[in-house]
Design a protein around this ligand. Sequence first.
Ligand code: ADP
Ligand code: MG
Length: 323
Amino acid sequence: DITVDKIAAGEVVERPASVIKELVENSIDAHANKIEVEILAGGTSFIRVTDNGDGMDNPNARLAILRHATSKIKQVDDLMSIDTLGFRGEALPSIAAVSRFNLITRRPQDDLGTTIKLTGGRIDEIEDMGCNIGTTIKVEDLFFNVPARKKFLKTTTTEANKINDFIIKLALSKPNIAFKLINNNKIAITTPGNGSLYDAIECIYGAKVSEELLPIEAITDDIKVTGFISKPAIIRSSRSWQTFVINGRVVNSRIISKAIDNAYHSLLPKSGYPFVILNIEINKRTIDINVHPQKAEIKFEDESLLFKTIYHAVLEAVKPSDN
Ligand code: ADP
Ligand code: MG
């Protein structure tokens, strides 16, 4: 049901960066260790995500884009007004409903792969074809059939920046995956995927940043905090250079930001924000992650324990004797 898919699209697909988020997270779920994202015009005209993951056989490729429509809603005039539908794991049909969509996929054990092409959610073509192991998804002319959404997009530069920021944070959260982002035919991001967070940081931000980093480490019974924080030489004017990863997932958290600020500024009274990457492993029964696709807020059972652990870990890392 194309109407239902377009409604779901209003929830899952806000902009090119949200398409890329869904596609790349699928690649990670499919155990890829190499993921390449290519965009043109900020992803508005062209997105391609290629992975070397598990791939799909022909029946599963069909299933992936042909969702069972169970919604009661039959007609929608204005997608912008719909924000009540929860995220129901319907990314591919949602994206396909609002673009020219091409899926190419092959499992390692199959000789031939499958390609499926759709336009605005309607299937144009399903064929067997020779292709690499893994999955490639191409999304062209996003929102060509949803003018209200298209109008809401920012400039192609802004959309490209959002994609760039997202891939950076994701690459930092998964140092064992080699990421590449190609923006308008130029390599914007590349990481080695060798498991080293430090190497990923160096590839993304350059030696100027990586050479100014101090390691963070704190291990308690309940929380393990590792990562890097910058020496005072690198102070940023915004928090966009701070990445927090909890149990492998990039999140936003005011409590973590505050713990870092308090510790850093207690020793180094300066305005601005340090460059930080914190990797937190915590008992997953003590946290609650809001799974809304556009948010990554997280709630903690014991905020003050988390605050204290991070506060002391940062203090330990930046205190003068370590410099
Ligand atoms: P969800 O991820 O919530 O299951 P999606 O619409 O994102 O929903 O994907 C539908 C299904 O398609 C997935 O469950 C998975 O089986 C398959 N799939 C999607 N992307 C990939 C990929 N890159 N590699 C292998 N399988 C994929
Ligand atoms: Mg998915």
